[in-house]
Design a protein around this ligand. Structure first.
Ligand SMILES: *Cc1c(COP(=O)(O)O)cnc(C)c1O
Length: 365
């Protein structure tokens, strides 16, 4: 006799985070986890550091200051907001609350890997909807809905492809789902998107009973290390998850830093402008080298390498890593010959482009 985890747990492939080491003595440019090169707003750092003087106290279990700041900035009601230890925690809680063994949850072909992990961890069955041109396909998702379906996960825009669905497609998706199926709109990169036809989902959540939107402070706010995410949803869903979450799931520094960061709208605007400029530049320069880049609205790009010996993603990754540029292998996302590059500082972006140019020119083995 020995302890055995419940069904599904051992089917999970362990999530491998982006690498963060360069060879000894070489300057590191970490472009593997879609972190911002700009860091957090200074007010967030100050707010977090003040909490260090009272570490003996539990944090506010309701994260009220953070909810109030989010509600104020986005014009929402705090009763519809739930904060999490990163949005990853909220994705897991949705699965814990709404999935049981035998249930199904849909995610897209190149969707964020955390969905599959959390669906399996809840003992349920992940169902994959194929994408078209590396973009989610509403008809393919709707065609996979059965009586067993309880959740549909859609990252909009998606990681690692960087593509998005316009808001009228999201509406069409919601309209096609049965009322008992929750549509989870993961808008981790919403702040970066500059498209008139994009919507993160706030209007849809407000007008439907079966849609939630998740957001994060890990990307544009530069607070990935503190783990802060939030969910906006109908009160019934928020209240269900509120029962299951850890009573102090956000630490005191996270609550304080998040509240300060989200109020700094000028910071967000500048960070988005910086990204837009370097996203365009980096995409253009890498395409000029003869590589294919999936058009992205995020703070990263998916680069596709040729099927020539010695010129593939694995070799490019080794070449870049040796020079301190750490990108992300995306074989686990269905792109064995791709690398995902986060948009970094000017120095990092220029450095990657120069190194890729050398790599492509160097003689193949
Ligand atoms: C980075 C990312 C998140 C954010 O996760 P946190 O747990 O909030 O750090 C969520 N969804 C997607 C698609 C992401 O790429």
């Amino acid at each position: 006799m020995k302890p055995v985890p419940k069904n599904g747990v051992l089917d999970i492939e362990i999530y491998v985070p982006g690498k963060s080491r360069a060879p000894d003595g070489i300057k590191l440019y970490k472009l593997s986890s879609n972190e911002t090169p700009l860091g957090p707003p200074p007010a967030a750092l100050e707010a977090a550091s003040r909490t260090l003087f009272d570490l003996a106290s539990y944090p506010d279990g309701q994260a009220n200051d953070l909810k109030a700041a989010i509600a104020e900035v986005h014009g929402l009601n705090t009763a519809n907001i739930l904060c999490g230890n990163g949005s990853d925690e909220l994705l897991g809680l949705l699965c814990q609350c709404y999935l049981a063994p035998g249930d199904e949850a849909i995610h897209t072909e190149h969707g964020f890997l955390v969905y599959e992990i959390q669906i399996k961890a809840a003992g349920a069955t992940p169902v994959v909807a194929p994408e078209t041109d590396r973009t989610a396909d509403v008809d393919a998702i709707l065609a996979r809905v059965t009586e067993k379906t309880k959740l549909v996960f859609l990252a909009n825009p998606n990681n690692p492809t960087g593509t998005y669905l316009p808001f009228d497609e999201i509406r069409r998706l919601q309209a096609g789902l049965p009322g008992n199926v929750i549509l989870v709109l993961d808008a981790a990169y919403a702040e970066y998107v500059r498209r008139n036809d994009y919507g993160a989902g706030i209007e849809l959540v407000s007008s439907a009973e079966n849609v939630v939107m998740t957001r994060t402070f890990s990307k544009i706010y530069g607070l990935a290390g503190l783990r802060i995410g939030w969910l906006f949803g109908p009160e019934a869903i928020v209240q269900a998850i509120d029962r299951v979450r850890g009573p102090f799931n956000l630490n005191a520094a996270a609550i304080a830093a998040g509240a300060a960061a989200i109020r700094d709208r000028a910071f967000v605007e500048e960070a988005a402008s910086f990204n837009a400029e370097w996203l365009e530049w980096t995409t253009r320069e890498i395409e000029a080298l003869g590589l294919t880049v999936t058009p992205s609205v995020c703070n990263f790009i998916l680069i596709h390498f040729p099927d020539e010996p010695g010129k593939g993603a694995a070799e490019a990754d080794a070449y870049l890593t040796a020079r301190g540029y750490i990108l992300r292998r995306v074989a686990g996302y269905g792109f064995p010959n791709g690398l995902r590059m986060s948009i970094g500082s000017e120095e990092a972006n220029r450095g990657v482009v120069a190194a890729l140019a050398e790599f492509l020119k160097s003689p193949s083995p």
